[in-house]
Ligand binder design. Structure first.
Ligand code: NDP
Ligand code: OXD
Length: 316
C-alpha cells in the first residue's frame, strides 16, 4: 500500500512519517515532492497544492489532516477536475480537538462573564482605579453556539455544565440535553435573539461564509461578545470593527482570520477589545490523528464504511 503525505511545514513531516510508519508498518509511506505523480492508494494532506492530485492514479481516499476541509475543497474550485469526485475525502473527527475547543471557549466566555477583559484593559492603560465591576448575571448570559457538530456539540455541553444558558444552531435538528436547539435558516433569527455570546464553530462553506456580519450582530443582545473559532471567512471584518465602534459588540476573541498570519498592519492588532490567538483553539494532535486514520485505512481495506466522509456538494 502506497501512502503520500503532505504538510505545509516541512519540519513536521519527519515526525508524521515516523508515527505513520509505526501505525501502518506494512505501508510504503512517502512525503510528496513536486513532480511526484507516481500512484498512491491514500493521500494524507493538510493544505496541499493542487499539483499533488494531478495525474494521480489509484487514489482510494484522501485524508484531511484537520477537521475543516475548506482548503482541500478549494482545490476543486481553483483547479477543476484535479480532485476526482469519486475519491472520498475523509476529515479528522475530534482526535483531541473537542476538549481543546471546550477549554478555549470556556476560558473566553468566563473571561467576559467575570469582566476580566475590562480589568486587563484598565491595567494596560495603567489605570490604578480600584473599581470592582458587577459581573454579568449568569442566567441572562446566554451563549449561542453556531454549529453543533463534533466540536460545537462538545463546546455547547461544556458551557451548559458551567450553568450558563446555552443555545445551539445547526442545519439539521438536534436534541442535546440542557441545550436549546435551533435548526435551519428559518430559525436563525430566533436563535440569535438575545444571545450575549456568539461562539462560531461552523464549517466554512458557500452557505456559511460571511455569516458573522452586520445583520447577525444587530440581532444579538446589545453589547454582545463574539468568539470566532472556526474560519476567518465567516467574519465580515469591517462589520465587526463598525459594531465594536457602535458598542453593538462589546469585545471579540478571534482565533482565525481571512488572512493568516494576520498581517502586522491589520487594525485588529491595535483594537483593544479584540483578543487574538494564532489559529490554536484546537490543534491537530499527531498521535490520535494517526491512530484514527490508520483504523480507517484498515477498515477501508476490509471493504467497510467509515465515518467522517465529507459531503463535497455540501462543503463539509
Ligand atoms: P462538523 O462537520 O462535525 O460540524 C459542523 C456543524 O455545522 C454541524 O452541526 C452542521 O449541521 C453545522 N452546519 C453546517 N452548515 C450549516 C448551515 N448552513 N447552517 C446551519 N448549520 C450548519 O465540524 P466540526 O465540529 O468537526 O468542526 C467545525 C469547524 O471548526 C471546522 O469546519 C473548522 O473550520 C473549525 N475548526 C477550527 C479549528 C481551529 O483551530 N480554529 C480546529 C478545528 C476545527 P448538521 O449537524 O445539521 O450537519
Ligand atoms: C482544523 C483546523 O480545521 O486546524 O482542524 O483549523
Amino acid at each position: 500500500m502506497d501512502i503520500l503525505v503532505h504538510l505545509p511545514e516541512a519540519a513536521e513531516t519527519a515526525e508524521w512519517l515516523s508515527s505513520l510508519t509505526r501505525a501502518l508498518p506494512h505501508a510504503d509511506i512517502r512525503a510528496w515532492q513536486p513532480g511526484d505523480t507516481a500512484p498512491a492508494d491514500y493521500a494524507l494532506v493538510w493544505r496541499p497544492p493542487h499539483e499533488l492530485f494531478a495525474e494521480r492514479a489509484g487514489l482510494k481516499a484522501v485524508f484531511n489532516l484537520a477537521a475543516g476541509v475548506d482548503a482541500l475543497l478549494a482545490i476543486e474550485r481553483n483547479a477543476p477536475g484535479t480532485l476526482p469526485p469519486d475519491v472520498p475525502v475523509i476529515r479528522l473527527e475530534d482526535t483531541g480537538m473537542a476538549d481543546q475547543m471546550a477549554e478555549y471557549a470556556a476560558y473566553a466566555v468566563l473571561r467576559y462573564l467575570r469582566r476580566f477583559d475590562e480589568y486587563e484593559l484598565a491595567q494596560r492603560r495603567s489605570d490604578p482605579c480600584w473599581r470592582p465591576l458587577a459581573a454579568h448575571a449568569r442566567e441572562t448570559f446566554t451563549v449561542g453556539v453556531l454549529g453543533l457538530g463534533v466540536l460545537g456539540a462538545h463546546v455547547a455541553k461544556t458551557l451548559a455544565s458551567l450553568g450558563l444558558p446555552v443555545r445551539g444552531y445547526s442545519r439539521s435538528r438536534k436534541s442535546l440535553e440542557g441545550i436549546e436547539t435551533f435548526a435551519g435558516h428559518d430559525e436563525f433569527d430566533a436563535f440569535l435573539d438575545g444571545v450575549k455570546v456568539l461562539v462560531n464553530l461552523l464549517p466554512s462553506t458557500p452557505e456559511t461564509d460571511g455569516i458573522l456580519n452586520r445583520s447577525t450582530f444587530a440581532k444579538l443582545a446589545r453589547g454582545a461578545y463574539l468568539i470566532n473559532l472556526a474560519r476567518g471567512a465567516h467574519l465580515v471584518e469591517a462589520d465587526l470593527l463598525d459594531a465594536l465602534g457602535e458598542g453593538r459588540i462589546a469585545a471579540a476573541t478571534l482565533d482565525v482570520f481571512a488572512q493568516e498570519p494576520l498581517p502586522p498592519d491589520h487594525r485588529f492588532w491595535r483594537e483593544p477589545r479584540v483578543t487574538i490567538t494564532p489559529h490554536v483553539s484546537a490543534v491537530t494532535l499527531r498521535e490520535p490523528a494517526v491512530a484514527q486514520i490508520a483504523e480507517k485505512i484498515a477498515a477501508l481495506e476490509r471493504g467497510e464504511r467509515v465515518t467522517g466522509v465529507v459531503n463535497r456538494a455540501r462543503g463539509y
